[in-house]
Structures are given as structure tokens and as C-alpha cells.
Design a protein around this ligand. Structure first.
Ligand SMILES: CCCCCCCC(=O)SCCNC(=O)CCNC(=O)[C@H](O)C(C)(C)COP(=O)(O)OP(=O)(O)OC[C@H]1O[C@@H](n2cnc3c(N)ncnc32)[C@H](O)[C@@H]1OP(=O)(O)O
Length: 240
């Protein structure tokens, strides 16, 4: 078991963490990932939070940080997140029309503020996705021979989408924890094993406590092999 990561909030974790050199070296071996990992990329490479050990007595994320964190399941995984400025603009965009935003300061965004956000977007480095999971998938994740199990792919989408929503929640806890209430996965093409894949996720819209996300899984050939749509609901204030 590795040493537990010393995180406080997810936002602080994103700001202060960097993916391990060994993971970065591994993914850098794949030329199709170069635009995402190069210094000019709109994304920063951070550890995949769910893989981090949370402590011997803390059962959070055990499936991801123990069961499928092995050489013959998922040997390498990192997350790519947009820069702070772009995330801030996305927050404005996503919560401008929502009745329940992650921060009270973002409620009732005026037309002028929207216009200002649009101008800022033109000058800030754009990131097409809100969260990208880069992952290697090893042979022991098979369902059919040398093919990733569909349930595993669902779990990867669910987790990547969860991390994506977490980045938009503020440290002030104005939005309660979010839960998947619906996840619709479309298996378009088999996902061969072993292989390296990117799961690209985006928040489509929010409305009150409800958040809609979309995602897709691609490999080096750029073919979308699996896609997913999900609905997340923030717990009511004061608990479930
Ligand atoms: C960084 C960490 C990453 C972690 C990623 C892992 C994420 C997960 O896997 S979570 C595990 C799987 N999910 C769960 O266990 C959630 C189980 N569900 C629950 O506990 C509850 O449904 C909960 C707390 C989310 C919401 O309950 P509650 O607050 O009573 O919501 P409720 O009032 O019923 O619904 C709220 C709204 O959502 C809608 N809704 C709820 N469920 C659904 C659904 N399945 N489909 C469509 N709409 C739904 C309701 O219609 C309602 O809409 P409106 O406000 O327009 O009337």
C-alpha cells in the first residue's frame, strides 16, 4: 500500500499536485497524446485522484485505488485538467443560467458579465474537455478475449465524470456532493486489450441540483469506441 496522499479539498489537490514522472514518461511514449501533454497543452497533468490511497482505515475509492490499481489491470492512469482561468470561465458559463450555482457570487449573472466572460474566453487558452482520463488497460480487464469488459468501461466513465464534477464544486461547499443517478453507456466498437485510451468528459449543462455530462473513449486511431451520457444530482443541503 502506498502512502496516503495529503489532500484537503479536491480543488487544492488539483492546484498542488502533479502526475508522477513514471506515468508521464509512459504516456509520452504514445505520439497521439503529445498535443495533450506538451508544454503548449491547455491541460495540466495531475494524478487520477481515485487511484490515490486514502489511508488504511479509509475505504474511499478502494475499487480504484486497490482492486484495479495493479500491473495486470490498470498499470498507469493520470488525469488532465484545464487551467484555473479556463475552469473559472466554464463555471461562469455553466452556472449563469442555473438556479443553484456552486457559489452564491455566481448567481444572477448579468448580460454584461456574460459578455465579459465571452471576451475572456477569447483570450484564455481553450480546453475542449473539462476532464480527461488517460489510462492504460491491461489484459486482466477482459470480458471477451483481449477486449475490455463493458462494466469496467462504465466504471471508468462514472469515475472520470465524478472527478470532472468535483473540479467545479467550490471549496465553500455551496454544492453538496454529487451522485450519479443515471449513466447511459453506448458500446460502439470493442476496446482492445492491452491498450492506451483517453476518456474525454464535459459538463453539458446544469439545472438546480442536476448536472448532465457527456463523455467518449478513444484510442490512438481516434475512433470513438464507447460514449456515455450521465445525470448527476447534488445531495440536498443537510444530507441525503
Ligand atoms: C471524485 C469522486 C468520483 C466519484 C465517482 C463515483 C460516483 C458514483 O458512482 S456514485 C454511486 C452511484 N450512485 C448512487 O449511489 C446514488 C444513489 N441515489 C441517491 O442516493 C439519491 O438518488 C440522491 C441522493 C442522489 C438524490 O436523492 P434526492 O435528493 O431525494 O433526489 P430526488 O428529489 O429524488 O431527485 C432530484 C431530481 O433528480 C431527478 N432524478 C433523480 N434520479 C433520476 C434518474 N435516475 N433519472 C432521471 N432523473 C432523476 C428527479 O426527478 C428530480 O428532478 P426534479 O428536481 O426536476 O424534480
Amino acid at each position: 500500500m502506498s502512502t496516503p496522499h495529503n489532500w484537503t479539498t479536491y480543488t487544492a489537490f488539483l492546484r498542488t499536485s502533479r502526475a508522477s514522472e513514471s506515468d508521464l514518461k509512459y504516456f509520452a511514449l504514445h505520439p497521439w497524446l503529445a498535443p495533450l501533454l506538451s508544454p503548449g497543452s491547455p491541460y495540466r497533468s495531475v494524478p487520477f485522484f481515485s487511484r490515490l490511497e486514502k489511508g488504511e482505515n479509509n475505504t474511499l475509492d478502494r475499487f480504484f485505488n486497490r482492486v484495479i490499481n495493479t500491473n495486470d489491470t490498470i498499470p498507469h492512469a493520470i488525469a488532465l485538467v484545464p487551467g484555473d482561468e479556463w475552469l473559472a470561465l466554464r463555471r461562469k458559463e455553466l452556472f449563469a443560467s442555473s438556479t443553484s450555482s456552486p457559489s452564491s457570487s455566481q448567481q444572477n449573472v448579468t448580460g454584461e458579465e456574460k459578455e465579459q466572460a465571452t471576451t475572456e474566453q477569447e483570450t484564455t487558452q481553450k480546453a475542449e474537455y473539462d476532464f480527461i482520463l488517460l489510462t492504460s488497460l491491461a489484459p486482466s480487464l477482459s470480458g471477451f478475449t483481449d477486449t475490455a469488459h463493458g462494466g469496467l468501461l462504465s466504471a471508468l466513465f462514472d469515475e472520470a465524470m465524478g472527478c470532472c464534477t468535483a473540479a467545479f464544486r467550490n471549496d465553500d461547499d455551496a454544492v453538496q456532493e454529487l451522485f450519479t443517478v443515471n449513466l447511459n453507456v453506448t458500446y460502439r466498437r470493442p476496446v482492445p486489450l492491452p491498450g492506451v485510451y483517453a476518456i474525454r468528459v464535459r459538463v453539458e449543462k446544469t439545472e438546480g441540483r442536476k448536472w448532465w455530462l457527456k463523455g467518449e473513449l478513444v484510442g490512438g486511431d481516434g475512433v470513438v469506441r464507447t460514449s456515455a451520457e450521465s445525470l448527476w444530482v447534488a445531495a440536498r443541503k443537510g444530507g441525503l
